[in-house]
Design a protein around this ligand. Sequence first.
Ligand SMILES: *Cc1c(COP(=O)(O)O)cnc(C)c1O
Length: 360
Amino acid sequence: MTETTPQCRTVIDSIPAYKPGKPPAAKEGLESYKISSNENPYPPLPSVVKAVNAAAEDFHRYPDYGGTELSAAIAAKIGVAAENVALGPGSVGVLGQIIQSTCNSGDEVIFAWRSFEAYPILVQAAGATAVQVPLTSEHRHDLDAMAAAVTERTKVIMVCTPNNPTGTTVTAEELDGFIAKIPGHILIVIDEAYLEFDRADDTPDAIAVFKKHHNVAVLRTFSKAYGLAGLRVGYGVAHQPIAEGLRKTMVPFSVTNLAQKAGLASLEAQPELLERVESLVAERTRVYDALTDQGWKIPATQANFVWLDLGDKAMDFAALCGQNALAVRPFPGEGVRCSIGETEANDRLIEVCAEFRASL
Ligand SMILES: *Cc1c(COP(=O)(O)O)cnc(C)c1O
């Protein structure tokens, strides 16, 4: 008898292990900053911490399965029916639910590349096939090429706007033209993880687009602008039967009561949280302008990060950041994504960028 051990599906072996944003290296006399994961640098609001602390008294109980109260509050806020809102453990969780609900083995999911690292992982883990369509030379979605990539096996198309990691957006006009070309049985998912940071005046109103088209869904999260990354809560806005499929495929009880209560408290504190977002947008402008003055060519970013298109110098730049106690997110051979963080972190990023340019 041959000796055997349980094996993962071969596709699982080919999935790169998730690389979490590294904690920054310590350096004598320098405070370390992590600007590698697009997190909100502000600590949670006292009102949100209070709601979470109160919820902590109850965690011997399972949470409300469907997150009824939070779903209803989100629905009221964005102006859709509660049955169109489905929660998940982060919008990454919801995206996993979308792919599980819609794709059989070998079905295709189209997305721009480079875009969010989680896309190929979730698609392949579900047994579907990732179809990656290169960004344009301006680091934007190439929607014509994405429409041309549709085949009989296409089930889902991701549109990430603002795009992670380049910060570029899709315009309302471009999106309308794109949707008109896509067969109605294909689900178009607009991933708006960074919506609150977007100040472009030609950005689509994704909820209005959702209402107009039965094959459009929207993904949003409390992780970035609302600062709840560690609690895991996001949502999808979808028509039936997809919305119901998302509820059926959620890992049971994966949105904890702590996360649900934090989401509710965050909606209540929205004006205060959006003031923080406004400060981060101002910081983004400051960083963008400073780097542009140094001579960097950076895509116009509408998210809480900047993309440095460094090609084969990406790792050198990340190493210099590390020497300066700044953790950034390099993509070897492509570029480096740097989140907008604390003011001092942004100051240091500007200095490191100047030093790196001087060394070229
Ligand atoms: C961060 C991010 C998400 C959501 O993350 P969650 O913490 O799972 O809600 C979704 N899409 C993109 C493009 C992101 O960058």
